[in-house]
Design a protein around this ligand. Sequence first.
Ligand SMILES: Nc1ncnc2c1ncn2[C@@H]1O[C@H](COP(=O)(O)OP(=O)(O)O)[C@@H](O)[C@H]1O
Ligand SMILES: [Mg+2]
Length: 532
Amino acid sequence: MKRFQWKVVALMLLVSAIPLIVSALVADRLLEDTVAIGFDARLEGGLEAAVETHRRYIQVRRRAVVLETRDLAHDPSFLALLDADPPAPAALQTWLAAWIEQVSDPHMDVAMIELRPADGAQTPPLRLDRRDKFPEDRWRTKAQGAIARTERGARFELTVTYVVPWALFREFEDLGHLGRTFDQLERRQASLTTGYTRTLVAFSGAVLAVTFLAGFLWSRATTSRLGRLARATEQVGRGNLDVQVPVQGRDEIAQLTEAFNRMVAEIRQSRDRLAYLERVSTWQEIARRLAHEIKNPLTPILLAVQQLDRKFEDYQDQPERYRRLVSDSMEIVSEEVESLRKLVREFSDFARLPRVDPEPTDVERFLRELIRTNPQFAPHVAAPDDLDESLDPGSESDREPHEGRARAAAAGDPLTAGVDATMMRRALLNLVENAQQAIDRAGLPAEGAITLRVERGDPGSVRIVVEDRGPGVAPEHLGSLFDPYFTTKSDGTGLGLAIVKKIVLDHGGDIIVESPLDERGGTRFTLTLPRA
Ligand SMILES: Nc1ncnc2c1ncn2[C@@H]1O[C@H](COP(=O)(O)OP(=O)(O)O)[C@@H](O)[C@H]1O
Ligand SMILES: [Mg+2]
């Protein structure tokens, strides 16, 4: 994944994580509060108390049934009615109805009263039945028995059937159930929280995974398009102006791509225009220079011939003088024709520079050979015999230039580079020739003022250094030295260094110039050649 992609994905994750975190916090608080309300101690205590009160109430009602029945069995007016002679069942019925009225309330009523005479009783059995008023599905019945003993000693078995509404028990059950639910809830509080947490984590994980995937895919599409643009820009930087990036979609990247394509096309057009104009102006420069160089010798030639023509009559009787005039004119014409020939030679040399064909060469040996076979280097460059004496391949200090002596020196094993001997000789001759001219024109001492040497360059390269103790190059000329036709000499062509640079570049190498080397001047040309 690219850096841009990481950023987009990270940003999207961050943005989607914020609401998740906030909702997690809010939900946590909410859950805590809700659960806290449910498990409020007071609420729980109240519930327990209510259950207890209800249970007591039912108990009290149960005992009341016993007590009411016993009261009835001992009630004097009831017992008196039982003793009545003759028996008065109607009055008894009325009395019992009134008693029921007094005893009953919404939570308890009487469904039936039965009275069975036992020993000594005259009163016939009696039954007061109100069961039809209390359907069994809504009322729970409970019979309570007691023995009634009258003053006369009669005994009655009394059975009172009470009814209590089922609702009362159901409420109690409901309350109990509620209490148990509360207990369970309390016990589940912990598991509830973990369950919620688990859900939240799973959900968040899913959201983040989806976000990551979406961010990844979207940013990959974008980065690949931007990457294509970046690669195209690099190619343009390397000089390839034929690149065009296919335009996709209609967004800003598409606009950028279109603008890029347009820009490259425009640059290509103006580069072609520029190159053409440059070619034209180069040819204009050549034409101007050629015209100038040709015109210069033509004038003296014409003048010489004109003079011969004019003086012919005057010198008719002086053949000796005329003869001298002819040889003077001849000399002028030969000289000028020779300079024209030199000019043509240099131009055609430059025009027909042969292709470089390098062969692995011991550069140090090559330099030594070059100096030995070119005696015209003397006295500026020391003779090869002297060179041999100063050579000590193992010694680093030998690489320092000596006063009054030129050397080709190398450290360690032979430094070999791919060299086309003919072309490289020509290049080095040009450099030495320039140096000689610079030294002689400045009237500086010639002896050993030029040094040729070989240096071990960066791994994989060999350096040939041509250094002179001449006047140096003016700073404003330094940048134009290798330009064709740049010269500061009246009879120069300015092609020498252009040829040198072309040859070195054709060797896959490079050449730089440094000047001045110190306050007295000096110039150093350094050729870097790839090692073979
Ligand atoms: N060793 C040197 N010292 C000082 N100036 C130099 C040296 N070599 C070259 N130059 C300058 O560079 C110019 C261009 O050199 P070159 O291309 O050989 O053309 P030309 O020798 O015909 O002038 C020279 O005119 C000179 O001014
Ligand atoms: Mg030259």
